[in-house]
Design a protein around this ligand. Structure first.
Ligand code: HSE
Length: 310
């Protein structure tokens, strides 16, 4: 039966890695999505990728496309015969902005290959496969599992714990028009950090997880602070420091850099004025003639899902 499956559409959420102090280990999925349709065609046709939407025109073609490459890696690993592919994508997640756009492609490829092969791998196994490709688990794990996840690498496997949030939160997401490649944002980080900065982050990451689980969100002001990456990356995003201060003044618990940036994300009380927070975050960019796009999002509870298969 599985070998007869020819076409699958998967939807993968954007993700925000790090969640402040959880560098390379915490991540959340949010309600902004990329959609990928994979159709098996005769091998002679190779791999064609069609894209529409933001940034789609600049995506690479053929197996150089991450969505194609991830599919082929798993397809071959599962011992499936070579196949031609037609991939069409609808891109809503902005590229190179710290919202996990490349993870959506990796997760889509793996989810599609797994589905067309009859779903031999569990979601947990897909997380480990995706992390092998991405290098760190904090985007791919929530993209697959949904929610907010704590992700730890242990002997080549990823252990991911999905947190059940005690109460809802609003995510105010401000995307500046300036791209920030992850490689550049990672190059800005020091090789070593002072021991006191490590303690600063361990204590806050622990407080953050506890706060999310208990619903004691008043701790988020302190718990979202970080010294492992944000102090080094904020100068790469002109206006960001002011924008995060603006978010706090306008009623957010706190704001952080989403992933490696340039997007900023504020955690706002469910009953808070999300638009007002977004306005306060956008103002410092406007002053610098930098355009921004504002999204008020929820946490995606489910992660990557197969929309249609035939
Ligand atoms: N944890 C990663 C980083 C996420 O901050 O560099 C970006 O892919």
């Amino acid at each position: 039966m599985a070998d007869m499956l020819k076409k699958v559409t998967v939807q993968v959420p954007a993700t925000s890695a790090n969640c402040g102090p959880g560098f390379d280990c915490l991540g959340l999925a949010c309600t902004l999505y990329n959609r990928f349709t994979y159709e098996r065609v005769p091998e002679a046709e190779g791999i064609q990728v069609e894209a529409e939407g933001q940034g789609g025109e600049s995506l690479p073609q053929g197996r150089n496309n991450l969505a194609a490459e991830a599919f082929c890696i798993l397809w071959e690993k599962l011992g499936k015969p070579a196949t031609g592919l037609r991939i069409s994508t609808r891109i809503e997640v902005p590229v190179s902005r710290g919202l996990g756009s490349s993870s959506t492609a990796i997760v889509a490829g793996l989810t599609a290959a797994n589905a067309l092969a009859g779903s031999p791998l569990s979601k947990e196994e897909l997380v480990t496969e995706a992390t092998r490709i991405e290098g760190h688990p904090d985007n791919v794990a929530p993209a697959i599992l949904g929610g907010i996840t704590v992700n730890v690498m242990e002997e080549g496997k990823v252990e991911s714990l999905k947190l059940a949030l005690a109460r809802p939160l609003q995510l105010v997401v401000l995307v500046p028009s300036i791209p920030l490649p992850t490689s550049k944002a990672r190059a800005a980080l020091p090789q070593e950090v002072p021991h006191k900065d490590a303690v600063y982050n361990v204590s806050r990451a622990a407080l953050l997880v506890g706060s999310l689980l208990t619903g004691d969100y008043h701790f988020l002001r302190t718990a979202l602070e970080d010294r492992l990456h944000q102090p080094y990356r904020l100068p790469l995003i002109p206006g960001a420091e002011e924008a995060l201060e603006g978010a706090r003044q306008a009623g957010a618990y706190n704001g952080i850099i989403s992933g490696a940036g340039s997007t900023l994300l504020a955690y706002v009380p469910a009953e808070g004025d999300a638009r007002k927070v977004g306005e306060a975050m956008a103002a410092p960019f406007r002053k610098r003639n930098i355009e921004t796009a504002l999204h008020v999002l929820d946490i995606d509870p489910e992660g990557a899902r197969v929309i249609e298969i035939q």
